[in-house]
Design a protein around this ligand. Structure first.
Ligand SMILES: [Zn+2]
Length: 69
């Protein structure tokens, strides 16, 4: 039914998220840590960009944490 979209780490290109478009729009602006390389990715629009490692207000979600919502 839903069109799924894969979001890749800006650094190592591994897939961090695989979600329907409407779920991705809900997560806009959040930060995710790549489990593969550990880099922080910020969701901007429908793709990841480099996050700030020094942001004290960072909300970092792991892939597993998504299922706790
Ligand atoms: Zn990565």
């Amino acid at each position: 039914m839903y069109k799924f979209k894969s979001l890749h780490c800006y650094h190592c290109k591994s897939v961090i998220l695989n979600l329907p478009d409407f779920e991705i729009s809900k997560l806009d602006g959040l930060s995710f840590q790549c489990e593969c390389c550990g880099h922080t990715n910020v969701l901007s629009g429908s793709k990841f960009s480099k996050g700030s490692d020094n942001d004290p207000l960072l909300n970092t979600f792991s892939f597993d944490a998504l299922y706790q919502f």
